[in-house]
Design a protein around this ligand. Structure first.
Ligand code: MLT
Ligand code: ZN
Length: 458
């Protein structure tokens, strides 16, 4: 609990209207999309880096945890205040500060919704490619903290590939600037990259400089339905071995399709076993040839139906289906376990087969979907509470298979709370020690987002 004199000082820093302590508010800020939950002791809504700095100085003096939070859409418990403490919520720091059309950069505060930036720059013929499935709700600060990926990562990469620089408040309260406004800069250690994906454990991001691209001239999308997930996964491997890189290549297995059909009250697949969504972008003449090539590959690998979206409305409808998977699965099993393993694209058929085998052996209902083009598959185990221990064993086996295939246990959701126990499966002892040394050097009192990434910071 925070002592009255601490609450008084916090109220002085952010203003009394931006400090909450009542029970209802604490519930609102207690969970993220994993449904893991823990009540904070208080919530502050700072309006500037200076206010964040003041709060962190106070937290070090009084030794209370501080947990930064965007929109709470994270998938690994990164923003859950698992040790209590103060939640820092960035609702007030939600301005797009600058869009520099000449140099194709933008400067934003951490509370800006990703989709708002996308729309704003697209209206000026520019493009911000990172595209998490939750882009209508998630914030750029959260995207930076977790190094969010999304649907277009297969061609364009992830959040870290678009962040040129940051303004960050260090855990001990100093305000620093990292990176530069330019595409190139090798002035010292790359603190920007260190901070991106550090899950709010090494600093609080208060400003983000992003790189933008020209908006592609044309976008074409197709949907393909397969009798089973094996043939769809083979299409993925063939597409990714070819010369054309799609801007999105998403796989949805039969279980995930049924869940969305139920959720949207719509027959999408006429009973198919798997669906692929493929999208290309670029000059109109080129995308026409590209989409035809992908159509042919889908048919050759066993697709029963392949349909090109006729216009923007049909494209939007397909992406609505895709973005509805996660909410649809939560309505069926609110306690589902959601993993985001990633393997080299050629191993997508192998990992899907392994997951099916593990599901059978453990008697668990597992659905798979996601960014198959870059090998990032969401393995969702749909459990009742009593199945949790069994599911934890199955997760361990899935991770072991992923690592045998030279993949990673987390492609885009981060380690947070939910994968901390598994991190040593992937990261060797000395690398883990190096990470913990960095944490201790920057946050000697373990103030900032304690308990995340590592089971123990020691
Ligand atoms: C997605 O791709 O839909 C998100 O990463 C969320 C999820 O894994 O459920
Ligand atoms: Zn995803």
């Amino acid at each position: 609990m925070l002592k009255p004199h601490v609450l008084k000082e916090l109220a002085q820093i952010v203003g009394p209207a931006n400090l909450f302590t009542d029970a209802e508010e604490m519930i609102v800020y207690s969970y993220d999309a994993t449904r893991l939950a823990s009540l904070p002791w208080a919530v502050a809504r700072p309006a500037s880096a200076q206010e964040v700095s003041g709060i962190l100085l106070l937290a070090n003096r009084e030794r209370f945890p501080v947990v930064p939070r965007g929109a709470g859409t994270g998938m690994s418990g990164g923003s859950v205040p698992s040790s209590g403490g103060l939640v820092l919520s960035f609702e007030r720091m939600n301005r797009i500060l600058e869009i520099d059309e000449l140099n194709r950069t933008a400067v934003v505060e951490p509370g800006v919704i990703t989709g708002d930036l996308q729309r704003e720059v697209e209206a000026r013929g520019l493009f911000y490619p990172p595209d998490p499935a939750s882009h209508q709700f998630c914030t750029l600060g959260g995207n930076v903290a977790e190094c969010a990926g999304g649907l277009r990562a297969v061609k364009y990469g992830v959040t870290r590939d678009y962040v040129l620089g940051l303004e960050v408040v260090l855990p001990t309260g100093e305000i620093i600037e990292t990176g530069a406004r330019t595409l190139k800069s090798v002035a010292g250690y790359d603190l920007t990259r260190l901070l991106i994906g550090s899950e709010g454990t090494l600093g609080v991001v208060t400003k983000i400089i992003v790189k933008l691209l020209p908006l592609p001239e044309s976008v074409r999308t197709l949907s393909a339905f397969f009798p089973d997930v094996t043939s769809a996964a083979q299409a993925v491997a063939r597409i990714m071995a070819g010369a054309i890189v799609p801007r999105a290549l998403e796989l949805i297995d039969g279980g995930a399709i049924r869940a969305v059909e139920n959720y949207l009250k719509q027959d999408i697949s006429h009973g198919s076993g798997a669906m692929l969504l493929v999208e290309v972008d670029g000059p109109a003449a080129a995308t026409l040839i590209e989409i035809e090539t992908f159509e042919r590959i889908c048919r050759e690998t066993g697709a029963v139906t392949v349909t090109r979206a006729a216009d923007k409305a049909e494209q939007d409808q397909l992406w609505k289906i895709r973005r509805s998977i996660s909410p649809a699965l939560y309505t069926i099993k609110p306690r589902k376990i959601n993993e985001d393993i990633v393997v080299p694209p050629s191993r997508v058929p192998d990992i899907i087969a392994e997951v099916q085998e593990i599901a059978r052996r453990y008697g668990l209902l597992i659905v798979t979907f996601g960014h198959a083009g870059d090998g990032n598959i969401h393995v969702n185990i749909l459990i009742e509470e009593e199945e949790r221990p069994n599911a934890a064993e199955a997760v361990k086996e899935v991770f072991a298979a992923v690592l045998r295939m030279q993949g990673s246990i987390s492609g885009e959701h981060g380690i947070g709370l939910s994968k901390a126990a598994y991190l040593p499966m992937e990261v060797g002892k000395h690398a883990l020690d190096a990470m913990k040394k960095i944490k201790r050097a920057l946050d000697p009192n373990n103030i900032l987002n304690p308990g995340k990434i590592f089971i123990s910071a020691e």
